[in-house]
Design a protein around this ligand. Structure first.
Ligand SMILES: Nc1ncnc2c1ncn2[C@@H]1O[C@H](COP(=O)(O)OP(=O)(O)OP(=O)(O)O)[C@@H](O)[C@H]1O
Ligand SMILES: [Mg+2]
Length: 315
């Protein structure tokens, strides 16, 4: 198959078997078919679209001596869509995503981590089909180099030499690579510089929260008023928490209908989910979780007319 066709043709599950076999123990392989599109800030969306256009215009760029940028570093708080975006990008190009975590690379055996980095790149480069390489938690592999004098156990020198091997392999790598971290400040500057792009995937703003709440509420349709209130009360919440919140509400709707324990209102459903989900204490607490009387009041007031149970799309 011509390179352009391969670029545009989604790989089928069947085709992934040889890739999975070759990468066993080295990384996991995610199918393009399982990817979801994350809801992103407009600036990030534009950057991602620009990168996809560039990769697809590989031949036109080559004609003027340019190459598409081959790597991106995604950074930002947990649960905001770094892995989801990497998978989505690979799917848009029709490539499987090879995900590699620190657990695949870092080992305490002497020279083991360096060997694993070399093995990873050799395996990916030997594949018969293009993939996107995704290195997750790259801070665990590519932290800032430290002075190894007085390092009796050899741990610091091992980290430093793992980073050196990573830098060398990245420099020589001809494929496309994405890395993710939620500790960007700890990355080694030389590693940072290797990326063609550094994209921050931050906590969603109110518009993005609204869209995320709506998406994860489906197939139930909540009114715009209810989503307005929830989007306001979930300031500082990561998309993963918004998903957990809406999935909790849906679970109560389905099980409540089966068992006759349906919550009496949206407010009741939300507060019962809030009671069993908690944002990490290191992060700002969204007002809904602060459970101040004001947030309870807002939600009670606005949802008085909320149809309950909500309409289900397709019914
Ligand atoms: N921007 C987003 N839009 C829609 N859903 C999202 C978004 N971000 C995260 N999610 C949902 O939250 C879950 C976690 O997201 P994901 O694993 O991509 O986060 P992450 O940034 O990689 O987190 P971590 O830093 O912990 O690895 C996924 O199930 C995904 O569906
Ligand atoms: Mg992730």
């Amino acid at each position: 198959m011509a390179r352009r066709d391969r670029l545009m043709t989604p790989t089928s599950l069947e085709d992934l078997k040889p890739v999975r076999d070759r990468l066993r123990g080295i990384g996991d392989v995610l199918d393009p078919k399982d990817a979801e599109e994350p809801i992103l800030a407009p600036g990030v969306r534009a950057a991602v679209k620009g990168w996809l256009d560039e990769i697809r215009a590989r031949d036109a760029l080559a004609a003027v001596g340019l190459k598409p940028r081959s790597s991106a570093l995604l950074s930002g708080p947990p649960g905001c869509g770094k892995t989801t975006l990497a998978h989505h990008l690979a799917a848009r190009l029709g490539y499987p995503l090879v995900t590699v975590g620190a657990e695949h690379i870092m080992t305490s055996s002497l020279g083991g981590s360096e060997g694993n980095v070399a093995k990873l790149f050799a395996a990916v480069e030997s594949l018969d089909q293009p993939v996107i390489l995704f290195i997750d938690e790259i801070d665990a592999i590519g932290g800032k180099r430290r002075d190894s004098s007085g390092d009796t156990g050899g741990a610091v020198s091992a980290m430093n030499s793992t980073l050196t091997v990573l830098l060398r392999r990245l420099e020589a790598f001809g494929g496309t690579m994405i890395a993710a971290t939620n500790r960007a400040d700890t990355l080694d500057p030389a590693l940072w510089r290797r990326f063609g792009m550094q994209i921050v995937i931050d906590l969603p703003d109110e518009d993005a929260r609204w869209a995320i709440l709506k998406r994860y509420g489906l197939p139930y349709v909540f009114t715009d008023d209810a989503l307005d209130v929830l989007a306001e009360l979930t300031e500082a919440a990561a998309p993963s928490l918004l998903r957990q919140l809406m999935e909790g509400v849906k679970r109560r709707l389905v099980l409540g209908a089966m068992q006759g324990t349906q919550p009496a209102s949206l407010v009741e459903a939300i507060f019962s989910v809030v009671a069993e989900t908690q944002p990490h204490p290191d992060y700002d607490q969204p007002p809904l979780w602060a459970r101040s009387s004001s947030s309870a009041l807002i939600i009670t007031n606005v949802s008085a007319d909320e149809p309950w149970p909500p309409e289900r799309k397709g019914d």
